[in-house]
Design a protein around this ligand. Structure first.
Ligand code: ACM
Length: 529
């Protein structure tokens, strides 16, 4: 009897131990609802993803492996996980095969694609380039499920499966207007973090406008000493020193984001005219008492457009343009220089065309490619030039016909400074009210008749800053619309569908909350708590 009982007890004990090893340590637990949901909610939607029904457990015991060029991306992952989940991944030796995240350069995934394979023992991200690995890491961040219950402490579930992914468009960007209101270096870095979480790879900085000049130009110090001190509404303005700009560029580079500097010329130039009156083509400045009409050459804090222009007939104007493009190009490693070119309403058309043709040569002489807003289609463009479509189909078509490449920023869809509806606490509405469904439901390749997919470099969502002053304001206008624009840039049109997308989007709300993002709770989406 005693013998039998002992035998039975021993069997039960052995079975219990075996079972706990199975569900606990080796992780062959079935995928939880949370992990399944995370796997199915990645934004932008991957090219293909196949769940395999089990679980990998991320914990403070998880290690990483990365060699050579993969190491910098592994360091990024380590620092991100330490901030978001409080765990510090340690480096594993080569032989480690359990509980490890492996990043490897290799295979043939294209310039930005990656493969991600998760089984119960390891997570493997492989890519031809470090950029691809970085995007695999962004996907991995989204796969980490919310914790549920006490027993999940210091242990996060990731559904097993495989993902193969690559972007549709090369240019996936956002623009931040730091001229109408100035934003600090720390704000710009957070902006870079937010866009790169959704695999965007260009940040266009609108560095000058009528209301403010925001980048130090050493050979023209008044640009910042005078032009940097104003902003919309009369606040104190600000500017980046060249060292601060380089710091932003380096931070962006670590996140595979190319900074695209814009100096808006020959219009939208009042901050420079107020700093150096000799650049002004307008009549002598007359300040009417009691009038808030914009006057070119006088510091301006309103939001009207189209009243300022550079003087085309003077050599000093081209010395100014040469110096600005030279100094800013020298601290910009990316290949692009944006010359604005929009809304030059008081520049005579022949002067405008002569200006843009000359800017193109100056930009080229400084080793960069010129980008301009779509009005530059009036000048002599060629395939070295990129035109940014925001408003006029006619200009978009003319630019494409002249061989230029196009970036799509249709103001009725992706001007993220537009209000969601008439009750939005921030934003303007001159282009449209843009709800989250509207900013998602369009396709660059079919938007303008006569413009083909091959003409299009990609998409960019501008955020103009007439009405916004803080990071909270930025986040209210970016979220929830930004992830949808990122998906238009990354995911093929045939794989995009609002009804399916809005379910994935809803599941990102808890992530935004954890990241401290103040988003607009659109009624178009059934947000997850
Ligand atoms: C623009 O909205 N003026 C480019």
């Amino acid at each position: 009897m005693t013998l039998t009982l002992n035998y039975t007890l021993r069997s039960i004990l052995a079975m219990t131990i075996a079972f706990s090893i199975l569900i606990g340590c080796s992780g062959s637990k079935e995928t939880s609802e949370e992990a399944k949901q995370a796997f199915n909610s990645v934004i932008p939607k991957p090219s293909s993803s196949n769940p395999s029904g089990k679980t990998f457990f991320l914990s403070s015991a998880t290690k990483f492996q990365a060699e050579g060029d993969a190491r910098a991306v592994a360091n990024y992952l380590t620092s991100i996980l330490s901030k978001s989940h409080g765990i510090t991944l340690q480096a594993a030796d080569e032989k480690t095969e359990e509980n490890v995240i492996r990043l490897t350069i290799g295979g043939d995934t294209g310039a930005e694609g990656y493969k991600l394979d998760v089984d119960e023992k390891q997570v493997v991200i492989s890519a031809s380039t470090p950029a691809g690995l970085f995007y695999g890491v962004q996907t991995l961040r989204q796969l980490i499920a919310d914790q549920k219950g006490e027993e999940a402490k210091d242990k996060w579930e990731i559904a097993t499966g495989s993902i193969e992914d690559k972007p549709e468009y090369e240019w996936r960007g956002s623009m931040l207007d730091v001229a109408r209101h100035f934003f600090s270096v720390e704000d710009v870095k957070r902006y870079i973090d937010l866009i790169s979480y959704y695999k965007m790879n260009r940040l266009h900085l609108h560095l000058s406008d009528d209301q403010g000049w925001r980048i130090e130009i050493k050979s023209w110090p008044n640009l910042t000493a005078i032009g940097g001190l104003s902003q919309v509404g009369g606040g104190k303005g600000g500017f980046y020193t060249q060292e601060q700009y380089k710091d932003i560029v380096a931070y962006a580079q670590e996140r595979f984001v190319t900074i695209v500097p814009e100096i808006d010329l020959p219009g939208h130039i009042n901050a420079a005219l107020a700093s150096y009156p000799e650049l002004n083509a307008g009549p002598p400045i007359v300040i009417e008492k009691g009038s808030d009409k914009p006057v070119a050459g006088k510091p301006y804090t309103g939001i009207e457009v189209g009243f300022s222009t550079l003087h085309i007939k003077k050599d000093v104007t081209f010395k100014f343009v040469n110096d600005v493009i030279r100094e800013l190009s020298a601290i910009t490693p990316g290949p692009y220089f944006h010359v604005g070119g929009d809304e030059a309403a008081v520049t005579k058309k022949p002067d405008y065309i002569a200006f843009i043709n000359r800017f193109k040569e100056i930009v080229k002489a400084n080793g960069k490619k010129m980008i301009g807003w779509e009005e530059i289609a009036q000048a002599d463009l060629d395939s070295s030039v990129t035109s940014q479509h925001w408003h006029s189909e006619k200009y978009a078509k003319e630019a494409a016909d002249k061989g230029a490449q196009l970036i799509f920023s249709p103001s009725k869809k992706v001007y993220l400074d537009m209000q969601y509806d008439s009750t939005s606490r921030l934003g303007l509405n001159w282009a449209a009210y843009i709800e989250v469904d509207s900013s998602y439901m369009w396709d660059p390749a079919t938007r303008v008749p006569g413009i083909e997919r091959e003409d299009i470099l990609g998409v960019e969502a501008p955020l103009w800053s007439e009405t916004i002053e803080t990071m909270d304001d930025i986040e209210y206008l970016l979220f929830p619309r930004l992830p949808g624009v990122a998906e238009i840039g990354w995911t093929a049109a045939k794989d995009r569908n609002w009804d399916e997308y809005k379910e994935r989007l809803a599941n990102h709300a808890p992530r935004w909350k954890a990241m401290g993002i103040d988003y607009y709770q659109s009624k178009k989406v059934n947000w997850k708590e």
